[in-house]
Design a protein around this ligand. Structure first.
Ligand code: ADP
Ligand code: MG
Length: 364
């Protein structure tokens, strides 16, 4: 199969696509590195599929440029772009067996029958379906079908692999298993991959970098860890992971909550409405002697919910605000409803962000 030397960087510049007055894509700039696993993440209707279709060549943008390596491809038809594609609903040919499905792109490219057999078997082995060639599509499970679709997408050794929500039809267990498998396959093949999902956890699990898209605009481009720890605004913090937001006052670059200055290791935004973002699993219930770089919040336990691997403890502060603390199974505090507690938040986890919620999507 191909290796990273055969893959290509993708440079997307100023790509815009409108449908009537809908901006499906609004001046998108995105540089994807050779061999990178890039995920386009956003809510339904944010423009992810449109961008993937622009890369595949099925949708022509109103303007903008797409380069594979140094070549402009905006006028190149899909079948000459040499990209592999996997969609949500496998799109396999039901009347052909597995081998015929996987060999189809090779047949289109005029590869000899003998060569096709060898390359199909090798692609099937890559997706752990060696020996399945003679099976009918209707004799396969959902996960196996999606692997056949993947084998078909990689059999001609494309330089770029595009996937649009390929796992969303699978149940949770299989989906999580396939996420790891796809990730390992990517490491093995090393082709530049653009992966679309609306599932933030899937994006965090699989990607080298994530491009968050909303309303056709690129909102933030970062590694999973950066995106989770340092979201640029409230929309992203809310969309990715679990969070609590508290209003803060900013004076001379120092943020305070309920009259108390907060220690923080990150910069406080100097414009817009600022909120403190807290990830519930970074909070601890502490005793009175906590270290000085910990911000403390005093309150009473309102509720505890056991959720298996963790317990969610809701604490009501004196001013009425509620903070949720997610306690791991090894936490040694046993908290009861009504108990007075102190919550500790490390300065490094004290992240102030801009509240852009006026921009926020409304459910449609
Ligand atoms: P996503 O894949 O993120 O759910 P899409 O890229 O499919 O979003 O769609 C982005 C926006 O463009 C949506 O508002 C959608 O309704 C609109 N759109 C996409 N394709 C078409 C089309 N062929 N005709 C009209 N509107 C479209
Ligand atoms: Mg879509």
């Amino acid at each position: 199969m191909t290796d990273s030397s055969g893959s290509l960087p993708i440079t997307i510049s100023n790509v815009t696509k409108t449908y009537g007055d809908v901006h499906a894509l609004d001046s998108v700039d995105l540089a994807i590195q050779s061999g990178e696993f890039m995920t386009l993440l956003g809510p339904s209707g944010s423009g992810k599929t449109t961008l993937l279709m622009v890369l595949a060549g099925f949708t022509r943008p109103d303007f903008g440029s797409v380069k594979f390596g140094d070549s402009e491809v905006i006028r190149t038809p899909p079948h000459r772009r040499n990209v592999g594609m996997v969609f949500q609903n496998y799109a396999l040919f039901p009347h052909m067996n597995v081998a015929k499905n996987v060999g189809f792109p090779l047949k289109l490219r005029g590869v000899s029958a003998n060569d096709i057999d060898n390359r199909v078997e090798s692609a099937l082995e890559t997706v752990q379906l060696g020996g399945y060639g003679k099976r009918g599509i209707d004799q396969l499970s959902g996960g196996q079908r999606q692997r056949v679709a993947l084998a078909r997408a990689i059999v001609f050794e494309p330089r770029i692999l595009l996937m649009d929500e390929p796992l969303s039809a699978l149940d949770k267990k299989l989906r999580e298993h396939m996420q790891i498998e796809l990730r390992q396959l990517h490491e093995k093949l090393g082709m530049t991959t653009v992966y679309v999902t609306h599932d933030q956890r899937e994006a965090l699990t699989m990607s080298d970098r994530i491009a968050v898209i909303n309303h056709g605009k690129l909102m933030q481009l970062d590694t999973p860890r950066q995106l989770y720890d340092k979201p640029q605004n409230k929309f992203i913090a809310d969309f990715i992971g679990e969070s609590v937001f508290l209003p803060v006052d900013v004076n001379n670059g120092v943020a305070s909550y309920a009259g108390t200055a907060l220690s923080s290791e990150s910069d406080v935004p100097d414009q817009g409405r600022v909120v403190l973002m807290i990830r519930p699993e970074r909070l601890q219930i502490v005793d009175g002697t906590a270290a000085p770089d910990i911000n403390r919040f005093e309150g009473h336990i309102e509720d505890t919910v056991f959720q298996g691997e963790s317990t969610l403890v809701s604490v009501r502060l004196a001013n009425g605000d509620i903070i949720s603390v997610r306690q791991g199974a090894t936490a040694d505090t046993t908290a009861n409803k009504g108990d007075a507690v102190t919550i500790g938040l490390h300065a490094k986890d004290t992240v102030m962000i801009v509240d852009d919620s006026s921009d926020q999507i409304t459910a449609t």
